[in-house]
Design a protein around this ligand. Structure first.
Ligand SMILES: [Zn+2]
Length: 334
């Protein structure tokens, strides 16, 4: 990816960008906070600094982008002669979105949508990738049964901790029962003196915080399911309930019915046509994935499965933002 981005930055500099970039782009963020360097940062890609967010916005503005709310994407896609547009989204509703991202968006007058998982807001569900980062960061070894009997993993070096983390990713995302896998990680956390739901409360916004954020004229809230599992792998009725309940939750909380959903993980394995149809039937007119790409006119035909561009903690340079928005890296990758 880094090589592709360097090359894309060069191509973007060669002013081929305008032709390749399509009509616009939706950007994905997670944490926005000052970076505290640690040796073991398995979730580093999910974090950018407020300064970089500001740089990214300035770069897009100087590249000619107009900033629009996510709810306006359909209308903008249908306007071929308009300036290219950019919409900002933030997944999981971390506290730092209000603390550090909101002031940057407000300073630039940029609208944004925060996707809320009901189970995080209500402190009934944990963020397994955050729980694991904490367990593996602290422990020198753990014992865990990934399905072939209890194993002991040594976690004495950063490399061992990273490879430990990599063992858990398929355990959660490819196993037969994601809720059971997360419950096992929560139990492991408790064995190591970590309360996974206290971590949820520390990291993500509570109902009052969300209500306050939703009152800001630049902010919108969007649905992100209840349990934050890959809904494509759930039975149809359960998947539908995840969408329906989380949208209803935000409506009850803020008095505004959300128009958008971000599917947890957002990969082609984590969502399917069934869920896109369910979202549309439940009145959600915009659905966003993590499939990388810019927006083209044909995306009008798949408004509940739009691609997004992740602003990644490893690539915090203005020229990378231009390169990503150009759409060229995604074409090179094909
Ligand atoms: Zn998420």
């Amino acid at each position: 990816m880094a090589g592709g981005l360097q090359l894309s930055a060069a191509i973007a500099d060669a002013r081929l960008m305008r032709r390749a970039r399509g009509r616009g782009a939706i950007f994905t963020l997670h944490h926005v906070r000052p970076h505290v360097a640690r040796a073991f940062e398995p979730n580093r890609h999910l974090e950018v600094t407020p300064e970089f967010l500001s740089v990214a916005i300035r770069q897009l503005a100087s590249d000619g982008y107009e900033f629009v709310p996510l709810a306006d994407v359909a209308e903008r896609l249908a306007m071929p002669a308009a300036r290219p547009f950019a919409a900002f989204t933030l997944d999981d509703a971390y506290r730092n979105n209000a603390e550090h991202a909101l002031p940057v968006f407000a300073a630039h007058g940029v609208p944004f949508t925060v996707f809320v998982a009901q189970g995080f807001a209500e402190r009934t569900h944990s963020l397994w990738w955050e729980t694991l980062a904490l367990i593996l960061g602290r422990a020198r070894e753990i014992s865990f049964d990934f399905g072939a009997g209890v194993e002991t993993l040594s976690l004495r070096s950063v490399l061992e901790k990273l490879s430990g983390f990599e063992r858990f990713v398929p355990f959660v995302t490819c196993g037969p029962d994601e809720a059971a896998a997360i419950a096992r990680i929560d139990a492991l956390a408790r064995q190591h003196g970590i309360d996974p739901l206290a971590l949820t409360a520390e990291l993500t916004m509570a109902p009052d915080d969300l209500r306050a954020l939703a009152a800001h004229p630049l902010a919108s809230l969007g649905a992100h399911t209840v349990s934050h599992r890959a809904i494509s792998r759930l039975p149809p009725q359960e998947a539908r309930l995840e969408i329906q309940q989380s949208a209803g939750y935000l409506e009850d909380l803020t008095g505004k019915r959300p128009v958008a959903i971000a599917y947890p993980y957002g990969t082609s394995q984590a969502i399917c046509a069934r869920d896109q149809t369910a979202a549309a039937e439940l009145g959600l007119t915009v659905g966003v994935t993590t499939r990388p790409g810019t927006l083209q006119a044909e995306d009008l035909n798949r408004l509940t499965a739009l691609p997004r561009i992740s602003l990644n903690g490893y690539f915090q340079r203005a020229r990378y933002v231009s390169a990503l928005a150009s759409g060229i890296p995604f074409r090179l990758g094909r």
